[in-house]
Design a protein around this ligand. Sequence first.
Ligand code: PMP
Length: 290
Amino acid sequence: MKIYIDGKFYDQADAKISVFDHGLLYGDGVFEGIRAYNGRVFLCDEHLDRLADSAKAILLKLPIPMAEIKEAMLETCRQNNIRDGYIRLVITRGVGNLGLSPDKCPKATVFIIADSIQLYPEKFYEEGLRVVTVPSQRIPPSALSPSVKSLNYLNNIMAKIECQQANAQEAIMLNHEGYVAECSGDNVFTVKKGVISTPPIWAGALGGLTRKAVLELAKQTGREVRETMMTRYDLWVADEVFLTGTAAEVVPVVDIDGRIVGAGKPGPVTGDLMRRFRELTRLAGVAISH
Ligand code: PMP
């Protein structure tokens, strides 16, 4: 595997960054997880826009223009013969000293990994996931905006640990007021009497690009969609629940906190959106090859 770091490609064993990089010392940096399907980078510009916004929000100056970062990402895919895969694009604050001050980091570090994708096993798409509500609350947007896709994922990692201890595949994270925010690495949706709902960003959710694409697909099919505050009650009484994310795509949920969702198997609206989303991934995107 060839890994891009600051303009050069390295073998995996030699792809290293400094222990003084503030991305490592403080989680000071931003990233994107991006998918390639069928020789194209899916939602390429949308991911780069979100990355630019994350960087802007933390006053992280890009070391090279975004157009060059895009080209580096496409070249990383080419170097690794990626047609279908997962791209991790990371920009850290760069090398500084042991203090947390970013002004001691003169230049941001960019690295890009393009690898094959590890999906949930197929059985979860057919049978659905088990999820649990976890004790760790989502960091409130008033403290740190969840829209910043930063390298500091400890809040989400705590949630992941808690769900794994409960033998579940994903964690439902509530916000500080007890409303449903999102999952540790996915957005959450309900379907009730045909209406598709998801918590608003300001409930404490990342503005997921899969979430956005699914909302658009649902609207195109004439379904009513709502971005609305939800409590766990709304999950318990939903006809269907599903999660969305770049890695997970659209995945059904059949059990929440030991309660069976709907009929206990993936529902028809979820199935329809899974199919439509998969179709979309195969048609759209920026071509990797020249
Ligand atoms: N929420 C969180 C906390 C995430 O990390 C992710 C995935 N990176 C998502 C939601 C889903 O976002 P997207 O569809 O853009 O991958």
